[in-house]
Design a binder for this molecule. Structure first.
Ligand SMILES: [Zn+2]
Length: 433
């Protein structure tokens, strides 16, 4: 009990709870909690279910049934009147060790901020993410902060700081010469934003990153290193296969950053699970991705945020080329029927604002239902977590949030989350008790 109390005290101190006594926190950990919302969405259905309640014991959902079935239940009852319960949101592409580029540019974050500062910022970031309803984060690279993501993941697991479940990729891999920061004199030794390796050495580096806690192997299939600074492929197909196969041998999946059609094509043939960005993808390549079961994380939020940092004023100044490119790519991906991953590249903009991506996906042409699935059951399935996360279902982990209204009609209701439970522990409840 003491350990549970200390765990709760830490959470209490950091999260700044007002609605919960320590008693109810412990209760959420050790006995049953009955959540009674106005409606719920299970992560799959095309409609909301009304009049049902969810009972949670420990960190699992143990039953979902009509409220009347629980009339004799002794569980601690939490009324969520006017709210819709949905599965905790899963961010498919985050950087907990980055903060918005309009505050500090990427080069300066990598070169001038200490790992200590970046880690402390990351503690704030993961808290903001959880409070915004993101109960899982697939974090795609520390961008020069070494293996700090593993330490932050451990801190979240130990209850030092509240945050989402973290699935991390450590340093990520780039081809020698391709990645930044760049533009320094020869005699200046500049640390990179990722780990450079090539050829047969990729086997060792992938294994080393796994040894340092990487859940995913991320590599940059291309980067802006063309003769005119344009994005061009970096690793060969054979090198990409080496990384994917080495990761697979340990039971891990690979993910590729790719903005060019050829980079995307090679990564798809190599067998990655997801491709990130993909603005240059041709219809043929999106079709190949569909055939090979490779999902696409379009990271629309990052693209639009960077365009805004460069002066784009929505509705006033002309739509920049980068935004037009990602809108066109999205249309081709829709036509090809590719599986959409919900991943915003948050870190480029504020942690806690990832739900922006959902609104953009709908604006770009995906249906609200498909978008909501992408952010919950879809991402869980893509990440091989679909048997325990991303759905409100008996036996699943109790990552449950609540929004006002119907997210299947208006996904932007996810921008204000009123209730957050992760792993059976309540972190936020704005409902009137
Ligand atoms: Zn990224």
């Amino acid at each position: 009990m003491k350990i549970v109390q200390r765990f709760c005290q830490k959470l209490f101190a950091v999260a700044g709870f007002v609605a919960f006594s320590m008693g109810s926190m412990v209760q959420a950990q050790s006995s049953q909690t009955l959540l009674v919302p106005s409606a719920l969405w299970d992560g799959d259905s095309s409609q909301l279910t009304r009049g049902h309640a969810v009972i949670v014991e420990g960190n699992k959902i143990i039953k979902i049934a009509p409220v009347a079935d629980f009339s004799s239940s002794k569980a601690h009852r939490i009324s969520l009147d006017g709210l819709t319960l949905i599965p905790g949101l899963i961010e498919g592409h985050s950087h907990i060790l980055l903060h918005p580029y309009d505050e500090t540019g990427w080069n300066d974050q990598v070169l001038k901020e200490s790992e200590a500062e970046r880690s402390i910022r990351a503690a704030n970031h993961v808290k903001a993410a959880l409070m915004a309803g993101f109960t899982s984060y697939r974090d795609l690279g520390t961008e020069g902060a070494g293996y700090a993501d593993y330490g932050i993941k451990q801190a979240v697991q130990k209850g030092v700081v509240p945050g989402p479940r973290l699935f991390i990729s450590s340093k990520a891999l780039v081809a020698t010469g391709s990645y930044g920061p760049k533009g320094f004199a020869d005699h200046v030794n500049v640390p990179l934003g990722a780990e450079a390796a090539d050829g047969a050495d990729l086997v060792r580096v992938v294994r080393d990153q796994i040894g340092h806690g990487a859940d995913w192997i991320k590599f940059y299939a291309d980067y802006r290193w063309g003769p005119n600074g344009q994005a061009m492929p970096s690793f060969s197909l054979e090198e990409m296969k080496t990384m994917v196969d080495t990761a697979a041998s340990s039971g891990r999946l690979a993910v590729a950053h790719a903005a060019t059609d050829e980079g995307m094509r090679r990564a798809t043939l190599a067998g990655v699970r997801t491709i990130e960005h993909g603005d240059g993808g041709s219809l043929e390549t999106f079709q190949l991705m569909k055939e090979r079961g490779v999902a696409w994380c379009p990271t629309l939020g990052a693209g639009e945020a960077i365009a805004e940092y460069r002066g784009w004023v929505r509705g006033e100044t002309p739509v920049p080329a980068r935004v037009t490119e990602q809108r066109d790519a999205f249309k081709r991906a829709l036509k090809a029927g590719v599986t959409f991953c919900m991943g915003s590249d948050v870190g480029v903009f504020d942690h806690g604002d990832s739900a922006w991506e959902l609104g953009l996906m709908v604006e770009y042409g995906l249906s609200p239902l498909a978008t909501m699935k992408a952010a919950t059951s879809g991402n869980a399935d893509i990440f091989n977590l679909g048997n325990r996360l991303g759905r409100l279902k008996t036996g699943y982990l109790a990552d449950i949030i609540a929004v006002k209204g119907n997210p299947l009609e208006d996904v932007t209701v996810t921008e204000h989350v009123h209730f957050v439970m992760k792993d059976g522990v309540i972190y936020k409840n704005e409902a009137k008790q």
